[in-house]
Design a protein around this ligand. Structure first.
Ligand SMILES: [Zn+2]
Length: 297
């Protein structure tokens, strides 16, 4: 069986007509990694007709959805596949209320499943950005005014973002994350998680970056009202307006998941052919996320 390629909805619905078609796809992905019984860790099993596997020692039966983010999805794997397809191939990002209407599930159910998908979209952190990287902070929510200085006590959500540029100044990759404040202590995390020490980093003159420059190759230049960071500021504008128009309210608890989704699509805009398969592989490999981890406390 081939992997599903492309973004064509008709081809997609022809390929995945039933829950069984989807389970077959999951079973195929699982079969690419060596079998290990979830109960007793034995490494040999029998394949059953319903696509599940049965351990040769303890007889534990594992369904294709077990231990994946499709586990116990109440509305069926097929709807879940369609939601994954829409979330990975759309350019905008879609709200839970829209998905609820389109797939006839409750908004709460749609929201919970979409949070799992966003979790699967998070970066592996295995491929830090190198080359030319621009970094800046921004605020989300509240009145949109021009940034004048950095306020430490503002109630607005604070975030930091980094982009890697191509040789002709276009965006190659992007990461963003929530931060508590604009101190070096907080700013450093995007460097630790997503930026290689070999990268040539450029920031504006904010003093918070100075301590980080001891460990990273950072050049600080005048922002010139953003003109020196054009590609970066375009991306900041895009992520802010996407969040503002798609989600009326985004909690602190979930903001990083929305950034994950946005960056997942940006970082794969050159590989749209395989973006759905990439996401499903991540859904299979991600550790099962329990609702407790996803529901806002
Ligand atoms: Zn077993």
């Amino acid at each position: 069986m081939d992997i599903f390629k492309g973004q064509n909805l008709l081809e997609f619905s022809d390929r995945f007509k039933t829950d069984g078609d989807c389970k077959e796809y999951l079973a195929l992905i699982k079969a690419k990694t060596a079998y290990k019984c979830l109960k007793c860790s034995h490494t040999a099993c029998q394949k059953r007709k319903d696509l599940s596997t049965e351990c040769n020692i303890c007889r534990h039966i594992e369904s294709p959805t077990a231990n994946t983010l499709f586990h116990k999805v109440k509305f069926g794997v097929r709807k879940a596949f369609f939601i994954c397809f829409e979330m990975s191939t759309s350019t905008k990002g879609l709200s839970a209320s829209y998905m609820a209407v389109r797939y006839d599930v409750t908004e709460k159910t749609a929201r919970l499943f979409m949070l799992k998908v966003r979790e699967a979209m998070s970066s592996s952190q295995n491929f830090p950005m190198d080359g030319d990287v621009h970094v800046d902070e921004f605020v989300l929510g509240g009145r949109e005014d021009n940034k004048v200085g950095r306020s430490y006590n503002s109630k607005k959500k604070k975030a930091i973002t980094a982009i890697q540029l191509t040789q002709d100044g276009k965006v190659k990759r992007m990461y963003a994350m929530k931060i508590e404040d604009f101190s070096a202590q907080s700013l450093q995390y995007i460097f630790i998680r997503h930026i290689s020490k070999q990268a040539k980093v450029v920031t504006d003159k904010w003093r918070g970056y100075r301590p980080i420059a001891k460990a990273y190759d950072i050049t600080q230049i005048e922002s010139n009202k953003g003109l020196n960071f054009k590609a970066l500021h375009t991306m900041i504008h895009k992520v802010k307006s996407w969040i503002r128009t798609t989600y009326s309210w985004v909690s602190d608890f979930n903001i990083n998941r929305y950034f994950n989704e946005f960056c997942f699509r940006i970082n794969r805009s050159q590989s749209k052919e395989t973006i759905f398969d990439n996401l499903i592989n991540r859904m299979v490999k991600a550790d099962t996320i329990y609702q407790a981890k996803i529901i806002r406390k």
